[in-house]
Design a protein around this ligand. Structure first.
Ligand SMILES: Nc1ncnc2c1ncn2[C@@H]1O[C@H](COP(=O)(O)OP(=O)(O)OP(=O)(O)O)[C@@H](O)[C@H]1O
Ligand SMILES: [Mg+2]
Length: 184
């Protein structure tokens, strides 16, 4: 995958398939230490030990439509290519935590990609999942939670065109401000 945001989308899709109702996405870039890591935490169905042990094996999947599950193995290969690794913790009926870390300046490190678009796709994809988001660069960050937004929105859906348009602006502004600060 050419962008980290595509890996993140893929890992979050596992959380959605696991019927999570709350998904936390944390991205932290540390220019001083030259590290970048992201972590996805969900409260979905989790995995038993046997599944967990097999999850980084590309020939394991619980899907029935296709034999090979590639989301986590691809993430692991990418992270390892970039002097990093992937940690997974999972508790059945409680949830799952997946953390990928890497060297930020590594020549093979894919660009982050468009996290504003990625979050817009996820948030407008379901009104029954709460997202908690953190993207930090050094000591600056862009943070939000959809539960807090819902308190203001009331019954209005994130799919309502006016709400979607507002959300797109909010996400782009948050991510762009972070980039500009990081560059200066
Ligand atoms: N967050 C999660 N909660 C519960 N089970 C998970 C979670 N993430 C992964 N799994 C389990 O690990 C398996 C492998 O995941 P992986 O993303 O590598 O492949 P996949 O989702 O099966 O297929 P693909 O991602 O290629 O569409 C899944 O089929 C699922 O059983
Ligand atoms: Mg998957």
């Amino acid at each position: 995958m050419r962008e980290l945001s595509l890996h993140i989308l893929d890992i979050v899709q596992n959380s959605i398939a696991a019927e999570a109702s709350r998904i936390e996405i944390e991205i932290q870039e540390d220019p001083a230490a030259d590290r970048l890591w992201f972590e996805i935490r969900d409260d979905g169905c989790g995995m038993d030990e046997e599944t967990l042990a097999k999850v980084t094996d590309p020939f394991f999947t619980t899907r029935t439509t296709r034999k090979v599950g590639l989301g986590i193995p691809l993430l692991k290969f990418m992270a390892m290519d970039c002097d990093g690794n992937v940690e997974i913790e999972s508790v059945p009926k409680k949830g799952t935590r997946i953390k990928a870390s890497m060297q930020r300046s590594h020549i093979d490190r894919p660009p982050l990609g468009n996290m504003a678009d990625t979050m817009l796709t996820l948030i407008t994809g379901s009104d029954s999942i709460d997202y908690v988001y953190h993207h930090g660069i050094g000591d600056r960050s862009f943070d939000f939670s959809t539960a807090e937004m819902r308190e203001i929105l009331g019954e209005t859906s994130f799919r309502d065109p006016e709400v979607t348009a507002w959300l797109r602006g909010f996400l782009n502004e948050g991510e762009n401000a972070l980039d500009e600060e990081a560059d200066s």
